[in-house]
Design a protein around this ligand. Structure first.
Ligand SMILES: N[C@@H](CCC(=O)N[C@@H](CS)C(=O)NCC(=O)O)C(=O)O
Length: 212
């Protein structure tokens, strides 16, 4: 088996899982149920000392961080079409968007979802309010990006940024800043989630239908 993905349904492992399906490479999965705190099991902490999912084992060595894993997979499978090739005119814009998702959107999501657990519960409401504002600004940005009718965030080509964006938009489903309330994002979500690979992913992770 080439890759082993340690995942929890719907968690940050979801986009990596989706990419493995899109790449059609051999992989196996191991469930780490964060609802059961399995990310704190000593065996798992040996693979991922931060106690977070995902972990991807590549050639016997464990690695973390979902965006890094996807970039690594893209490098290991050149020609996938899931990232603009180096020297492509789209490369600079793609790098900017990928880092924007990783550096701005993902930390705000973590802040909203884990405010009371990672920090002082007494201050959680303020942390969540700021995170909500930051997430909403990203949705505004994506809404503007889709204004020209492009089917995907980078234009006409589906790729890594779409898998990340869809995962994170799904996370917002129980937030006051639910991505489906942005009209172009709603159309984008409907269209991207109609991909057979997304249906396959949801089946494999046992995820309920989204968007409803
Ligand atoms: N930046 C990390 C975030 C990983 C992360 O926060 N994963 C969450 C699930 S979405 C987790 O493992 N939570 C369990 C915990 O923090 O105890 C990545 O993208 O891989």
């Amino acid at each position: 088996m080439l890759y082993t993905l340690f995942y929890s349904p719907g968690a940050a492992s979801m986009a990596v899982h989706w990419m493995l399906i899109e790449l059609e490479v051999p992989f196996e999965t191991v469930l780490v149920d964060i609802d059961q705190s399995q990310q704190r099991n000593p065996d798992y902490l040996r693979l991922n000392p931060s106690g977070r999912v995902p972990t991807l084992v590549i050639d016997g060595a464990p690695y973390g961080e979902s965006v890094a894993l996807m970039l690594l997979l893209a490098e290991r499978h050149p020609g996938s079409g899931l990232v603009p090739e180096p020297n492509s005119p789209k490369r600079a814009e793609w790098l900017q968007l990928t880092l924007y998702i990783a550096n701005t959107l993902m930390p705000a999501m973590r802040d909203w979802l884990y405010a009371a657990k990672d920090g002082n519960p007494d201050g959680a409401a303020a942390v969540k309010a700021l995170a909500q504002k930051r997430i909403s600004l990203v949705w505004d940005d994506f809404e503007a990006r889709l204004e020209d009718g492009r089917p995907y965030l980078m234009g006409n080509t589906f790729g890594v940024v779409d898998m990340l964006a869809i995962m994170l938009m799904r996370w917002s489903r129980n937030m006051p800043c639910n991505a489906i309330e942005w009209p172009r994002l709603r159309a984008y979500i409907d269209q991207v989630c109609a991909r057979s690979s997304f249906g396959d992913l949801c089946d494999r992770e046992g995820l309920p239908a989204w968007p409803a």
